[in-house]
Design a protein around this ligand. Structure first.
Ligand code: SAM
Length: 260
């Protein structure tokens, strides 16, 4: 019997059972650049809703009531469908420019409560089948869950990142597994920092430096940008290409309108 498929409101706090409303920032800050984003077990998609959009995005959930929740919340450029996310991965022809984020129902052995949470839950055999598909994907993959021997055995060579936090049941440590080495080049820099404290420090520092640069007279600001570009060409080329991709060159934050 379905004990509690409580669908909470979409407020700033908890939204959906197992939802990533509390740790999406950490997940987004691990994402390498990608053109196509695929979220296989969407729920209320805290990660999809907060990340910078990809060129195209796909979200799947087996539960039609969950997909109905998206209604007019579906972000532009996203295809949201009822379906088995793992089956979609098996059918897809990958180019390597995708990023897959997978947040399946938690493994029963790692749950505090034995009651069923979702209309579509996962048996151990389904976890094994899903991880077997993920292991063979030719693109970066991020997987969420709680640490277990099964996951350790099935994901040799994957890096595990533990994210301490709080759930309704108290202190918890959620884990993320990645099949790549996280680097400094990210899809989205808005939430960088490993902890709340670190994110706040970075946010304040960025805002301080930015306002000092913006306050400079235009020639001085451009001279500084040129010096930075010359000192770190690859970073500047990456930034220019991101702005171009996003069609946002008109909003370049370090250049004022009069400097263009
Ligand atoms: C942990 S929740 C996802 C929570 C989500 N990350 C969020 O932030 O709201 C797992 C979801 O997987 C869905 N699900 C179960 N089996 C599935 C399958 N084979 N394919 C796609 N979704 C599935 C469940 O309906 C549930 O919504």
């Amino acid at each position: 019997m379905l004990a509690s498929i409580a669908l909470f409101g979409d407020g700033a706090g908890m939204t959906y059972p197992g939802g990533k409303g509390r740790c999406y920032k950490r997940i987004i800050s691990l994402m390498p650049p990608h053109r196509t984003y695929i979220e296989t077990h969407l729920g209320h998609g805290a990660v999809l809703r907060h990340k910078k959009p990809a060129h195209e995005s796909f979200g799947y959930d087996l539960d039609p009531t969950v997909i109905a929740w998206w209604g007019d919340r579906t972000p532009r450029g996203c295809t949201i469908q009822v379906g088995d996310g793992i089956a979609h991965l098996k059918e897809r022809r990958f180019t390597g420019e995708e990023l897959v984020y997978c947040d399946p129902p938690y493994l029963a052995a790692t749950r505090r409560s034995r009651s069923r949470i979702y209309r579509h839950d996962y048996s151990e055999a389904e976890h094994v089948a899903a991880l077997t598909v993920l292991r063979n994907l030719p693109c970066p993959v991020i997987l969420s869950g709680y640490a277990s021997d099964l996951y350790t055995d099935l994901l040799p060579g994957w890096q595990r990142i533990d994210v301490p936090g709080w759930s309704q049941a108290g202190a918890v440590v959620e884990s993320l597994w990645v099949n790549y080495t996280p680097s400094d080049h990210l899809h989205d820099y808005q939430h960088i920092g490993a902890t709340f404290r670190e994110r706040e420090q970075i946010r304040r520092r960025r805002s301080r430096v930015l306002s000092r640069i913006q306050a400079l007279p235009t020639p001085e600001r451009l001279a500084m940008l040129e010096e930075l570009a010359a000192a770190d060409t690859s970073v500047f080329l990456a930034v220019a290409s991101r702005l171009h991709d996003a069609g946002r060159s008109a909003d370049t934050p370090l250049l004022n309108r009069d400097a263009r």
